[in-house]
Design a protein around this ligand. Structure first.
Ligand code: HEM
Length: 447
């Protein structure tokens, strides 16, 4: 208590409305399943809004600081330039058409979960753009990397809300640790193998005259761009590629899946969206291009409204390492939990209909540039923000031109506008696994 006296003093100035227990603080609230855990973040968020936006909660020990970030971000940022991203649209289009085909047997065949279709779409798109590898996970019943990613996020989320597991010394004695290490090793092996193959291919091409082969014409992957820069060691390259692959897969899949589920429940919004698609594409079957994406303004508003109400990353955390004066002084050593979910539901910024799905609000200017932060804000925001929007727009435009989305069979019509049940596993996901039905909009050539 003596060592933490400044932090304790700060917590007194920022009271919350939930009782803290000795030693474990508010961690006791996180017992129960993942849905209960997300409910606590929602409850604490609402209570915090009532206290003017800031309150304090004790969830145990200090957070990690990552000093390698700044130089790496500086090198990585140009690889996400618009010029590079526009080249990736062809990959998004190709992978979206695979998703479209995979979904064909689902048309008019009852309720199913969109999750696997979209998480494999984003994974294949990320692997091709980040690693330059065609993964074809969309065509397989499961993929070890995706399974490892799913397990590691679940285990990490569980550890995050149980501070008695923060100490590595304790955690290493538990079976969870072995599972985390197994997943981590699998994911690193995967990236290492890709890097090795790429290095070998580059060695073989060394000294050969430059040719306009197919490989030269396709867009360079992030991996190739990083290798060209020649500023990273192999381990650093692996770390960055792994981060991009992991950060870019489930996040975008969650966003696209929530959007599909919401559209299934709001047919009038889906109709408006279909009108826009008709305006941009007419009744042609041509593929989406990079030029179409900025023209899909209503689709963008729909995706943003979905990201507002159901942000795939509902909370982010920071650790204060220098006394920082805001409304009051945040003292060194205190943790800050930014509740993105609650910021997106604050009536002060969003009006009395903050809990209503209304994409039109994104056709108007926002009240404050930081009121909408699904990708965080400032220096440490999501580097893949535009990539994600372009990838999600491409897949949704492709699917919605072909399929009408409907709510699950047997769903209670009077409940369709009720909040979706959500759970926390680092990301926020739909408890019901994003279930919908689809039907063909037109009699397709194959039917
Ligand atoms: C809808 C999809 C996405 C959402 C909601 C999202 C959200 C976020 C958020 C909230 C952060 C900040 C995390 C924090 O501060 O603790 C972040 C960071 C990051 N995201 Fe995304 N993201 C998405 C898609 C992507 C994609 C597609 C990529 C890569 C292709 C990506 C790569 C990254 C990276 C590398 C960081 C770390 C940036 C840094 O620390 O400098 N994300 N993302």
């Amino acid at each position: 208590r003596f060592e933490n006296r400044k932090i304790i003093e700060l917590s007194r100035k920022l009271p919350g409305d939930l009782t803290a227990w000795p030693l474990i603080g508010h961690a006791y609230l996180f017992r129960g399943n993942h849905e209960d855990q997300m409910r606590i973040f929602q409850k604490a968020g609402r209570l915090t809004i009532n206290r003017g936006g800031v309150a304090s909660y004790w969830i145990g020990s200090r957070l990690y600081i990552i000093p390698i970030w700044r130089p790496r971000r500086k090198i990585l940022a140009p690889t996400f330039s618009m010029k590079n991203l526009n080249r990736f649209v062809d990959v998004f289009v190709e992978q979206s058409s695979v998703t479209l085909e995979q979904l064909r047997p689902r048309a008019s065949s009852g309720t199913f979960s969109m999750w696997y279709y979209l998480t494999t779409y984003t994974f294949d798109a990320v692997c091709e753009t980040a690693l330059g590898v065609k993964m074809n996970s969309q065509l397989q019943p499961s993929h070890p990397f995706l399974e490892a990613l799913g397990e590691i996020t679940q285990l990490t989320a569980a550890r995050m809300v149980q501070p008695w597991l923060y100490s590595d010394w304790v955690y290493k004695t538990l079976p969870q640790y072995k599972r985390v290490e197994k997943c981590r090793a699998l994911m690193y092996d995967f990236v290492e193998q890709v890097l090795k193959t790429k290095r070998e291919a580059m060695k073989m091409n060394e000294g050969k005259p430059h040719s306009q082969s197919e490989a030269d014409l396709r867009p360079k992957s992030f991996l190739e761009m990083l290798l060209d820069l020649n500023q990273f060691t192999d381990l650093e390259i692996m770390e960055e590629i792994l981060v991009i692959t992991a950060a870019g897969t489930d996040t975008s899949a969650v966003a696209a899946s929530f959007t599909m589920v919401l559209l299934s429940r709001y047919p009038e919004i889906q109709d408006k969206l279909t009108d826009e698609l008709l305006q941009v594409f007419g009744d042609s079957e041509r593929a989406v291009t990079a030029v179409d994406l900025p023209r899909l303004r209503y689709l963008e508003a729909v995706i943003k409204e979905s990201l507002r109400m159901y942000p795939p990353v509902p909370i982010i955390v920071r650790s204060v390492d220098n006394d920082t004066e805001l409304r009051l002084v945040l003292v060194d050593g205190v943790g800050v939990l930014v509740n993105i979910w609650a910021m997106h539901r604050n009536p002060y910024y969003w009006g009395d209909d903050a809990d209503v799905f209304r994409p039109e609000r994104f056709l108007e200017p926002l009240k404050h540039p930081a009121q909408f932060v699904p990708f965080s804000y400032g220096l440490r925001n999501c580097i893949g923000y535009q990539y994600a929007m372009m990838s999600i727009k491409t897949v949704l435009a492709t699917l919605l031109r072909q399929y009408r989305v409907l709510p699950p069979g047997g769903a209670d019509q009077s409940n369709l506008k009720e909040p979706l049940r959500v759970e926390f596993d680092i990301m926020m996901k739909d408890v019901d696994k994003f279930q919908i039905q689809i039907e063909n909009r037109f009699k397709s050539s194959s039917s």
